[in-house]
Design a protein around this ligand. Structure first.
Ligand code: HEC
Ligand code: HEC
Length: 375
C-alpha cells in the first residue's frame, strides 16, 4: 500500500513524465525536479555589508576561537565544544564547559557539573544558515541567521557574544565574575584582550584611526570581537558534496540506492522542513515535536549529518539510523515512512557529507595558551 502511494506521488511530482517507468520511479533513477526542493550550496559564503571579509579578521577570529582567553577562568575556548575533530561540534549529548578537562566524549566535568542543557550544534556552514527552500541564488543583501535551537540570535555577530557570558559555557563560577552584570563582565573580557598580545592583531585588523574623523579609536571592542569570530566561522563551509554535484546535473554522483532514498525523503514528507540549500527551513514548527516530550525547536540542517552524532536537541539519538527511525508511524508530522525506507533514507543522508572540509587547528596561540583550552 505504501509503495503504491509513493508511486502516485512520484508520478504527480514529475509531471507524469515517468509514468511508464513503473517501479523505476521508486528505484535508483532520477525522477523528480529535485531543484524544486533543494539547491546546491554556492562555492562562496556571503559576507554581510556590516562585516565584510578581511584576511586579518579571519585570522584573528581563528586564533580567538581556539583561545581560552575568552573564558572567565581561561580554560574553555569556543573550540572546546566546536572542534574540527568532531565535525565542529563535540560528539556529546550535552557539553562540558568551565572546569572540565579533555575533548569530545572523553571530556570530564571533574564533578563540577557545568553541562549545557542542550546539544551543541556544528558551526559548519553557519554562514549559510537561513537559506530556505525558495533561494536559488544568494541575494546580495543576505544576512545569515537566525541561530540557536530557539532562533534567539538573529545574526552570527549577535550569537558570538552569547557563550562568552554564559555561566556554564565560558564565564564560570568565580564570585568576581558572577557578581558582575552581563555588560560589566563583557567589559572585563575586553579589557583583558586590550592588555594581551591580541591588541596588535585588533589594531592591524581594524586600524587605530577613524577614517572619517581622523581621531584615534580603540580597536579592541565587543563589536569587533563579535565581528572576527563571525568572520572566522564563515570560513568553515563545506560545499561540493556528492549531493551538490547531483543537483548541479551530475546524475552519476549518487548511487542508485541514494537516489531511492532521496525520492523517499521527498515523497515521505521530510523535505517539507528539511529543504533548500541547508536541508533546513530554519524555522520553529510550533506544535511539531519531533522528539516526544521535548519542546519544538528549529529544524536543524542535515548537511554533514554523519559527522555530527549524537542527534536531536537532547543528543538522545546516537546513530543516524535511530534519528531517521524516529519518524516511523508519525502521521502527526505528515510524514509517511515505513520500516523499509529507513535504510534508503539513511544512505541518502550520508551523501550530504563533504569529505574534504576545512578542519585546520592552529599550531599555537599568541598568548601561549593551550590551543582549544583544557582539552
Ligand atoms: C561549553 C560548550 C560551548 C562553548 C564553549 C561554546 N559553544 Fe557554541 N554552542 C554550544 C551549545 C550548547 C549551543 C546551542 C545553544 C542553544 O541553542 O541554546 C551552541 C550554539 C552555537 C552556535 C549556533 C549554531 C546554530 O546553528 O544555531 C554558534 C554559531 C556557536 N555556538 C558558536 C560559538 C562560539 C563563537 C563560541 C565561543 C565564543 C562558542 N560557540 C562556545 C556550546 C558551546
Ligand atoms: C515538521 C518539520 C520536520 C519534518 C517533516 C521532518 N523533520 Fe527532521 N527535524 C525537524 C526538527 C525540528 C528536528 C530537531 C528535533 C529535536 O531535536 O527535537 C529534526 C531533526 C532531524 C534529524 C536530526 C538532526 C540533528 O542534527 O540532530 C534528522 C536526521 C532528521 N530530522 C531527519 C528527518 C527525516 C528523514 C524526515 C522525514 C522522514 C524528517 N526529518 C522530517 C523537523 C522536521
Amino acid at each position: 500500500m505504501r509503495i503504491i502511494f509513493s508511486c502516485l506521488v512520484v508520478i504527480v511530482l514529475s509531471g507524469c513524465a515517468d509514468a511508464d517507468g513503473g517501479d523505476d520511479n521508486l528505484g535508483g533513477t532520477p525522477s523528480q525536479p529535485y531543484t524544486d526542493f533543494f539547491s546546491p550550496l554556492p562555492e562562496a559564503v556571503p559576507y554581510p555589508a556590516s562585516n565584510p571579509f578581511s584576511e586579518d579578521k579571519q585570522e584573528l577570529g581563528m586564533l580567538l576561537f581556539f583561545d581560552p582567553i575568552l573564558s572567565g577562568e581561561e580554560d574553555v575556548a569556543c573550540a572546546t565544544c566546536h572542534h574540527p575533530d568532531f565535525g565542529w561540534a563535540d560528539g556529546r549529548s550535552f557539553s562540558v564547559g568551565v572546569g572540565g578537562t579533555g575533548l569530545g566524549p572523553n571530556r570530564d566535568d571533574n564533578g563540577i557539573g557545568n553541562l549545557t542543557l542542550i546539544n551543541t550544534p556544528t558551526i559548519m556552514n553557519v554562514g549559510f544558515t537561513g537559506l530556505g527552500v525558495d533561494d536559488k541564488t544568494v541575494p546580495s543583501n543576505f544576512i545569515s541567521g537566525a541561530y540557536f535551537w530557539d532562533l534567539r540570535a538573529d545574526t552570527l555577530e549577535e550569537q558570538a557574544l552569547g557563550p562568552i557570558g554564559n555561566p556554564v559555557e565560558m564565564r564560570g563560577n568565580l564570585a568576581e565574575h558572577t557578581q558582575l552584570d552581563d555588560d560589566q563582565y563583557l567589559a572585563m573580557i575586553i579589557e583583558r584582550l586590550k592588555h594581551s598580545s591580541y591588541k596588535a592583531y585588533f589594531d592591524e585588523a581594524f586600524g587605530t584611526v577613524d577614517p572619517v574623523t581622523q581621531l584615534a579609536v580603540e580597536s579592541v571592542s565587543a563589536e569587533n570581537l563579535a565581528a572576527v569570530l563571525a568572520t572566522f566561522q564563515r570560513r568553515v563551509i563545506t560545499t561540493n558534496s556528492r549531493f551538490d554535484k547531483f543537483l548541479m546535473g551530475d546524475e552519476t554522483a549518487l548511487t542508485s540506492r541514494e537516489i531511492t532514498g532521496l525520492n523517499k525523503f521527498i515523497n515521505g514528507g521530510c523535505a517539507r522542513c528539511h529543504g533548500g540549500m541547508m536541508l533546513s527551513d530554519n524555522l520553529l514548527h510550533e506544535g511539531d515535536q519531533i522528539v516526544p516530550d521535548l519542546p519544538s525547536v528549529r529544524t536543524p540542517s542535515l548537511r554533514n549529518i554523519e559527522k555530527t552524532a549524537p542527534y536531536m536537541q537532547d543528543g538522545s539519538m546516537t546513530t543516524l539510523r535511530d534519528s531517521v527511525a524516529i519518524y516511523e508511524q508519525r502521521e502527526d508530522l505528515q510524514v509517511d515512512l515505513g520500516e523499509d525506507d529507513i535504510g534508503d533514507i539513511e544512505a541518502f543522508l550520508r551523501s550530504l557529507t563533504t569529505e574534504e572540509f576545512y578542519q585546520e587547528v592552529p599550531g599555537g596561540l599568541p598568548t601561549g595558551n593551550q590551543v582549544g583550552g583544557n582539552i
